[in-house]
Design a binder for this molecule. Structure first.
Ligand SMILES: Nc1nc2c(ncn2[C@@H]2O[C@H](COP(=O)(O)OP(=O)(O)OP(=O)(O)O)[C@@H](O)[C@H]2O)c(=O)[nH]1
Ligand SMILES: [Mg+2]
Length: 451
């Protein structure tokens, strides 16, 4: 088990041109390691109180050479990010200055930190639960405003405290079941089992409701896959360019211009979207275009939303319901090139746009966000990690099995108790109340060094 407390050091800021760079030393002996970097005559860090800072030259412990001048911050356990004694050295930014600072800290006796090791220690020292630790990584890598908001509130413990409540209730129900194990049916208090069933049903419904936020949570974290489809020349590449605000894809009057799928990230009303322009699907294309069409189909199969573009000046609106790209609940029909229309066209539920003039694009953006179902009000705390989802599924299944056992009456109480324990453990693993080295590795390996 990784529960080392030896002093670790790492660069907390990105190495590159910047105002400052921060090296953090944390663990047993961190303060004395910091002392070894100070000029003689300076009051040692180990003699300074928590929460103080001072300006000093930083010397290399071997050569005595001045590495940098820096502001040093003193944190005493448990009042630091990791919960350990921590020294933060803020020197000049830049690749080389920060490297020199880190080298000096390592030379003074710290070990280079592993990815996520500071946050791992924060977790092991009870500064945060595992959902909060996961949220740290999500917050750092958030690709959109909404993703950042979700991670931020999980970081504050919203998901953790929600699950903690359900965890406590499951334990309470489980304890009641254990308590009556030795009773015979007629010794049980009246309505005892019914009351337990009701409480369990309530927990189960709450957990299932949370589980149902997973799709939105994943879309928020990873970006929704929005695929632009339609016949050759429908205006797909023009729409991609218009939504990106740059001339990313080649546009031409020649049918079959786009032969490969082009994927670009864009944030639409705070929601991260992976926008894909595809080759128009048609028969009789050459080998290269065929391959492009295959890629288009593969994207269509995975899409969260399909924009099906139809140029009504050349193609019939009703003819679009081909087998290759059937209209489904994921489809938004978009009539294109509105600036060229001599007559008015419409189809049920369809939007009309002009990529050329920008007409209708704002309506399309709103429709994309609406159809992705990302309702910021409803999903104040959606589920975002696959690990959380899998454990929650386990918990819900075990709750249902426990409910079935409870309905079968007092003979099945042992089974009910076991299933309740399974459910409790699954929630416990989400929160990190129960963990293994493998679980911690899986969670913390996606962190960067220095966090
Ligand atoms: N007037 C006008 N022309 C447009 C509009 N959108 C696209 N076009 C023109 O329609 C032609 C085809 O546009 P593209 O964006 O290349 O169409 P595509 O669907 O990507 O075509 P392929 O890649 O061949 O499948 C080009 O000549 C565009 O300039 C529009 O809103 N208004
Ligand atoms: Mg194209």
């Amino acid at each position: 088990m990784r529960n080392d407390t030896d002093p670790i050091a790492a660069l907390a800021t990105a190495a590159g041109p910047a105002g400052i760079s921060v090296v953090r030393i944390s663990g047993n002996g961190a303060l004395s390691i910091g002392d070894a970097l100070l000029p003689s005559g300076t009051q040692p860090i180990s003699a300074r109180p928590h929460g103080t800072f001072f300006h000093t030259r930083i010397l290399h412990p071997y050569t005595g050479e001045t590495v940098d001048d820096a502001v040093v911050l003193v944190f005493r356990a448990p009042h630091s990010y990791t919960g350990e004694d921590t020294v933060e050295i803020q020197g000049h930014g830049g690749g080389l200055p920060s490297r020199r600072l880190l080298d000096a800290a390592l030379a003074a006796g710290a070990r280079l930190a592993n990815p996520g090791e500071y946050t791992l220690r924060a977790f092991l020292n009870g500064k945060m639960d595992l959902t909060q630790a996961e949220a740290v990584a999500d917050f750092i890598s958030a690709k959109s405003e909404v993703a950042a908001q979700v991670a931020r509130s999980q970081l504050e413990g919203a998901l953790g405290s929600f699950l903690s409540n359900e965890y406590d209730e499951l334990i309470a129900v489980g304890a009641d079941v254990e308590h009556v194990l030795d009773f015979s049916e007629d010794e049980l208090p009246l309505n005892f089992l019914t009351a337990l069933q009701e409480r369990l049903a309530c927990v189960t419904a709450t957990l299932q409701n949370k589980l149902s936020t997973w799709r939105e949570g994943r879309v928020i974290a990873e970006g929704a896959l929005v695929v632009i489809s339609g016949k050759p020349n429908a205006g797909k590449s023009s729409l991609l360019n218009a939504l990106l605000g740059e001339r990313r894809a080649i546009v031409s009057a020649i049918s079959g211009t786009t032969r490969d799928a082009i994927e670009e990230g864009v944030v639409i009303h705070g929601v991260a979207v992976r926008l894909v322009d595809t080759a128009g699907i048609r028969t009789g294309a050459d080998e290269i275009e065929e391959e492009g069409i295959e890629r288009a189909k593969s994207y269509l199969a995975r899409a969260d939303l399909v924009l099906r573009l139809v140029d009504p000046t050349t193609d019939s609106i009703s003819e679009t319901e081909g087998d290759e790209n059937p209209i489904t609940a994921k489809t938004v029909v978009v009539l294109t090139k509105r600036d060229l229309w001599q007559e008015s066209f419409s189809a049920p539920g369809a939007l009309s746009i002009s990529a050329k003039t920008g007409d209708g694009l704002e309506g399309l953006r709103q429709e994309i966000v609406r159809r992705l179902g990302i309702d910021k009000e409803r999903f104040d705390q959606p589920l975002v990690s696959l690990r959380q989802r899998q454990e929650l599924e386990r918990a819900c299944l075990a709750c249902e099995q426990a409910a079935t056992a409870l309905r079968e009456g007092s003979e099945s109480l042992v089974i009910a108790g076991l299933r309740l324990r399974t459910a409790t453990e699954a929630i416990g693993r989400i929160l990190g109340k129960i963990y293994t080295a493998d679980l911690l590795d899986a969670v913390f390996s996606r962190f960067c060094v220095g966090k």
